[in-house]
Design a protein around this ligand. Structure first.
Ligand SMILES: C[S@@+](CC[C@H](N)C(=O)[O-])C[C@H]1O[C@@H](n2cnc3c(N)ncnc32)[C@H](O)[C@@H]1O
Length: 405
């Protein structure tokens, strides 16, 4: 098992077998998914060519089923990390069910993710889910997946899934606590993103949150970052992954983007398909963004808030939090990585001779961990961690596997 890797819940295999009517996950059974997976992979990676145009790739049954088998399996754990960052204690307390809107819901990724989330927090507030997808066939598959999870786990989440336009989602004002759009934005032309954001704002209760996940491709990730900056200008507050509200520093250079890279236990059927098709889903890469409208002065009607909980220390934060936004590079004389925080995106580096007990946490950090660095020397091109500096790892970038199915 990989260190800190998260595994999909045990019940997911049974759900896939039931919905897709698979006797097993042997090569002979999986073989028929190979050509559609090749087609889907090619399509989904060609973001340049489709540049935000909605596609009809899910209108064939075998493509939809392959998406569920392969992509939903890989995608369902991604929003969990984001939800954990936002609400470490699980669904925030409240008098009524937490109303979730899953936009561009596809064939069932979101409902699977929400099941895992609630199962990890059995005392948490119940959920009420609405889903919207351009394809009625996807909506129907989503319902089947929700029903199958309920039948297999014995826990059901009410969900109402309909065909509709997720770029202009229907619904009453202030009717949802959480709007999520997983891998949808790249299928909506960028010129429509501002209107999409305004519509989400209308649908959310004050203090409600918008959770976006996108592929970790440079192009799609940068589009998300541009939406982030637009949202901040419109008065939204960025909750995840940034510790800074000012303009995103990754947008300064065309080369940069921002994404997570979550270790996972790749299920055997994914490994088999990867081998045959030539994909490499060894980890879960994604870009994400959580926005909350109203700023910090708006009373939190739905959130238990995470401030201080991601950082276990109870004492006031002396040093501002930093997000590690690259790998950690260990070179001949030094160790370095990119970190992003209030001061922007900077190279943090430590010469090997400056390693000390107080800064040893720097050796352990990986992408998307949260750090606090004190006593470092800010220079023109980097920030030098000296022998006297303190580096504290405040939270790991992993999903805790406890209570996953
Ligand atoms: C890449 S899939 C993502 C599915 C699922 N959310 C996930 O993360 O695995 C994108 C989904 O968005 C849907 N979609 C694209 N444009 C849409 C639109 N304007 N309105 C509603 N659904 C849309 C597609 O039908 C497809 O199911």
């Amino acid at each position: 098992m990989k260190r800190n890797a998260v595994a999909i819940p045990d019940w997911w295999d049974a759900v896939l077998r039931r919905v897709l009517e698979l006797p097993d996950f042997d090569g002979r059974t999986l073989q028929r998914f190979v050509p559609p997976l090749e087609q889907l992979s090619e399509h989904l990676n060609a973001v340049d060519e489709r540049s935000g145009r909605p596609s009809l790739y899910m209108h064939k049954r075998l493509l939809r089923e392959t998406y569920l088998l392969y992509y939903s399996t890989a995608n369902l754990l991604k929003p969990l990390w984001v939800l954990d960052q936002l609400w470490p204690e699980g669904p925030p307390p409240g008098p009524a069910p937490l109303r979730v809107l899953d936009l561009g819901c596809g064939p069932g990724t979101g409902i699977a993710a929400l099941h895992v989330w609630t199962q990890r927090h059995p005392e948490g507030r119940p959920l009420l889910v609405k889903g919207i997808d351009a394809s009625e066939a996807n909506a129907s598959l989503y319902r089947q997946v929700g029903d199958a999870i309920g039948a297999i786990t014995g826990i059901s989440i009410p969900c109402d899934v309909r065909q509709g336009d997720a770029a202009r989602p229907p619904g009453e004002a202030a009717s949802h606590d959480l709007v999520m759009a997983l891998n949808l934005l790249n299928e909506i032309p960028e010129k429509k993103h501002a209107a999409f954001l305004s519509r989400c704002e209308e649908l959310l209760v004050p203090g409600g949150v918008l959770l976006l996940v996108e592929p970790a491709l440079r192009l799609t990730s940068r589009v998300l970052l541009r939406l982030r900056d637009h949202a901040v200008a419109e008065g939204w507050n960025v909750r995840v992954p940034c510790f800074r509200q000012a303009d995103c520093p990754a947008l300064v250079s065309e080369k940069d983007w921002c994404h997570h890279d979550l270790p996972w236990e790749r299920p055997q059927h994914i490994a088999w398909l990867d081998e045959v098709v030539g994909n490499v889903k060894r980890s879960l890469k994604f870009s994400c963004l959580v926005l909350r409208k109203g700023g910090m002065d708006v009373p939190d009607t739905i959130s238990s808030e995470d401030e201080g909980k991601t950082a276990p220390q109870a004492e006031p934060q002396a040093a501002p939090r930093l997000r590690v936004v690259s790998e950690l590079f260990v070179e001949k004389g030094r160790t370095w990585c990119h970190c992003c925080g209030e001061e922007g995106r900077r190279v943090y580096q430590r010469n090997h001779r400056d390693r000390s007990g107080d800064n040893a946490d720097f050796d352990r950090c990986v992408r998307y961990d949260t750090l606090a660095v004190e006593g470092a020397e800010a220079r023109l091109h980097d920030v030098r961690i000296t022998a006297e500096s303190t580096v504290r790892l405040l939270s790991r970038s992993i999903v805790d596997s406890t209570n996953i199915g």
